[in-house]
Design a protein around this ligand. Structure first.
Ligand code: NAP
Length: 246
């Protein structure tokens, strides 16, 4: 039986925790939400204290495999995972859904980060649907030309845009629900991170013919083993932990 540490905060991380029945699984959450959806098995909550703290946890708990199943935009914890893996020799697997690819009818404008999105926004529309989480809403605090609808799990904190309405909700979302939001709030531009996975909001934006400002992912540390799906990750972990000589 191997010990697997899953850095989570995503649905894929929860599903992976439930699909490793032969292993001891520890899931780790940052502690950002007050009532997180918990994965099966052992769960620890809160930061480790940087890469050093994570490395020390890997040693103390004799972790055999480290899985970074955090959100693609959670760049600091991913960098810490890469460092901790390197210094301890515990193999690292990054579970990350592939980014989105536009189809016919999509009007996507890719931007490097949210600061660039804030600059481009006023030229694209006035009524904006922000689906970027709560932590970076401050990027739009100075965008006085626009009215914002932000969808977040926890309430956002200042600085925030002056004209902001918040709808508190947690996915998964449906196409009908997304259509209703765009229609009821007369949304004319959508802002999203390129998170990957099912995205009815993108289909609803396409149907409505509105542009999407899509924030590119931060680049992943080079040379890391990756899996695109939970099943792929589970298979890779099984192959690593069953190999002779472990
Ligand atoms: P981040 O900026 O990459 O990480 C900041 C610090 O938070 C890390 O240095 C680490 O503290 C702690 N941390 C982050 N994820 C952790 C985890 N899974 N377990 C233990 N500590 C963790 O992270 P973030 O963007 O704020 O994301 C926080 C959490 O929310 C992650 O679990 C992520 O999967 C989830 N999430 C993020 C987004 C997003 O858009 N960024 C969207 C959905 C879900 P120490 O250095 O002290 O260890």
């Amino acid at each position: 039986m191997a010990t697997v540490l899953i850095l989570g905060g995503t649905r894929d991380a929860r599903e992976l925790a439930g699909s490793l029945p032969g292993d001891t699984v520890i899931s780790s959450l940052a502690g950002r939400t007050t009532s997180p959806l918990l994965p099966p098995g052992e769960v620890r909550i809160g930061g480790f204290g940087g890469a050093e703290g994570l490395a020390s946890f890997l040693r103390t708990r004799r972790v055999d495999v480290l899985v970074d199943a955090t959100h693609p935009f959670a760049a600091r914890i991913s960098a810490n995972a890469a460092t901790a893996s390197r210094v301890t020799g515990v193999p690292l697997l990054v579970l990350e859904r592939p980014g989105w690819i536009p189809g016919p009818g999509d009007d996507w404008r890719r931007v490097r980060d949210l600061a660039h999105a804030a600059v481009d926004l006023p030229g694209l529309g006035e009524r904006v649907f922000l689906t970027i989480g709560r932590q970076e809403i401050a990027a739009f605090a100075g965008t006085t030309e626009c009215w914002f609808l932000a969808r977040t799990i926890e309430p956002p904190e200042p600085p925030m845009p002056q004209r902001l309405e918040v709808v508190r909700d947690r996915g998964p979302f449906t196409l009908d629900g997304e259509r209703e939001i765009l229609r009821n709030h007369r949304i004319d531009v959508l802002v999203s991170k390129d998170s990957g996975g099912p995205a009815p909001k993108l289909a609803a934006a396409r149907e409505r013919g509105i542009p999407v400002l899509l924030v590119d992912r931060p680049s992943a540390p080079p040379g890391t083993a990756t899996a695109a799906t939970v099943a792929e990750a589970a298979a890779t972990i099984a192959s690593w932990t069953s190999s002779p000589g472990r």
